[in-house]
Design a protein around this ligand. Structure first.
Ligand SMILES: [Zn+2]
Length: 201
């Protein structure tokens, strides 16, 4: 079901900003990088209504490697629920190294099926199958399915990119260095400007 399928290949970073001494400054880069959704549970900003309920997640916790605190390659975008569940756990697979689609499958009843040992770790650590997570996920799936059948416009609103796309080319976003300027030129804001942004994703 659209929106509930994990990526079939490891995430390849499109952006390479560096040099901020404050990791919060990478927020818009991470929103664009991970298409405005939680890397662990796939929940979207649009489904919460605000990006403020999403966190910047340190894959290797700062308690283990303080130097990774502002290292872009160590930062992920995750919903508050998943970020709190992961805390300082080091054993979950990295979505930039492992295809989560090989590890996890979301069933039509809202439960997440672990397909291998990495998937089991993700389910256990992130509590993807807690009663509240299954209930929440299942409700969204049923609602989106109903909208897809009866109100395509509203369905499209829930499955579209957020309206407040960050323009990573803006001078205010200028980072001390950026190893992937082509990613900036192709940020979702720029795609919308060119008229190439898909209606849904
Ligand atoms: Zn999440």
């Amino acid at each position: 079901m659209q929106g509930f399928e994990y990526p079939l290949s490891p995430h390849i970073r499109r952006h390479g900003p560096a040099g901020y001494d404050d990791y919060a400054s990478y927020r818009d880069w991470l929103r664009d990088e991970f298409t405005f959704r939680c890397v662990f549970c796939l929940h979207r900003e649009r489904w919460y209504g605000r990006s403020g309920t999403f966190d910047i997640e340190h894959f290797v916790p700062t308690s283990v490697d303080p130097l990774g605190k502002c290292e872009y390659s160590n930062l992920l975008y995750a919903c508050r629920t998943c970020n709190v569940a992961k805390t300082d756990v080091l054993t979950v697979p990295n979505p930039c190294a492992v295809a989560f689609g090989d590890c996890l499958r979301i069933k039509m009843d809202g439960e997440v099926e672990a397909l291998n040992a990495d998937g089991k770790k993700l389910c256990d650590v992130l509590r993807l199958n807690s009663a509240s997570n299954i209930e929440h996920r299942s409700r969204w799936m049923r609602m989106l399915q109903t909208l897809r059948e009866s109100n395509l416009d509203l369905y499209g609103e829930f499955m579209a990119f957020p309206t407040d796309l960050p323009d990573l080319r803006h001078p205010r976003k200028r980072v001390p260095s950026n190893s992937k300027p082509e990613g900036t030129a192709n940020c979702y804001f720029a795609q919308r400007e060119r008229g190439t942004l898909p209606a849904t994703y």
